[in-house]
Design a protein around this ligand. Sequence first.
Ligand SMILES: *[C@@H]1O[C@H](CO)[C@@H](O)[C@H](O)[C@H]1NC(C)=O
Length: 427
Amino acid sequence: MALGRSREKSGQSSFRGSRIAAAIVIGVIAGCVFAFLFPHGFFSANPSAQTNSNLEVDPASCESSEKIDRIKSDIMKLSDKNVELKRQVRELNEKLRLAEQVKGHAREQVITLSEPHKAGPFGTVKGLRTNPTVLPDETVNPRLAKILSEVSVRKELIVCIANSNVKSMLEVWFTNIKKVGISNYLVVALDDAIVDFCKSNNVPVYQRDPDEGIDSIGKTGGNHAVSALKFKILREFLQLGYSILLSDVDIVFLQNPFEHLYRDSDVESMSDGHNNMTAYGYNDVFDEPAMGWARYAHTMRIWVYNSGFFYIRPTVPSIELLDRIAYRVGTEANAWDQAVFNEELFFPSHPGYVGLYASKRTMDFYMFMNSKVLFKTVRKDANLRKLKPVIVHVNYHPDKLPRMKAVVEFYVDGKEDALESFPDGSE
Ligand SMILES: *[C@@H]1O[C@H](CO)[C@@H](O)[C@H](O)[C@H]1NC(C)=O
């Protein structure tokens, strides 16, 4: 019995012994794995507590097991993948941040347009003014698309349309653009002489393919015929997904305009106005004494936007604007493109007419200065003389070239009396 028992005992104890051995092996393996997975300890979030960890195991003691090596290398691969994924996520976030900066209010657009919203508390609601940009369509003009991809910066560029009649002003135009350090600009040449002139001066130039007969307008047409062409040409730029800062040739650049844009509206334009009221809008009271008690009729007034210098974003309302102008300037007798530009932007819908629903912004009239502001106000005011505008547009004066040169002398060369010899207006 005793023997039997002892045999029984020894059988039990050897069984127990192998179970203990197995438990130790499992324990050590588990220890290794946990030590690898939780090098800073199981319960402590504090990395400095790792030396107190009960789970610390010398990894060298486990190296013999192939299985552990395999697990280790699997974990290694996983953690490598994790690092790579995290890097990709970081990169995407950075791209997203930049995209949001460039597009300004892109996220607001998505939120506002994607689903219905409650209005929110008093003073917190904002209408959408930054319309979403169109999907670029390169098939419209692959050759232009290639040029724009090379010339533009952040999908923006200055565009000027020129023929040989304005060659000398064009030279002042691009000389000052270069001086300011702007690289994203392009001359749309309407004749071969301008192409050659630009190329010999290292100025980015684009000439349209001769088509549709509209190019003959560019060569021979008067100012207003060229104006209609301008809006058709600009349409392609927008279709390709670029924001354009359209610039007439009678403009002197003194700072980089891209550092002074808001980019929150379809059209951001310089004004023909000369003070806060005329540039930004005011209540103009019309007096009709015969009406007695109701003799005062209130009207809204604003000096027109200048269609020779505006920033236009590639949105549906922007393209609709260009189409409306091109159509009217091309079909109506005596349509002046600047008048049409403003009528389309500002006249509301009414019976028989659907107005354009574009958002608009008036540029600071001291920073984007017309020549009336310069010659009537600024040059006579000691404080305003110290201010350096972004551009000066010699739009109010027919003697454009000498005034452009005087603007350069005054603002760039520091010649204090450069503007003095000119009268306020034309004589
Ligand atoms: C014109 O408006 C600006 C802000 O738009 C303001 O700072 C300035 O004081 C105003 N000037 C006058 C004369 O009202």
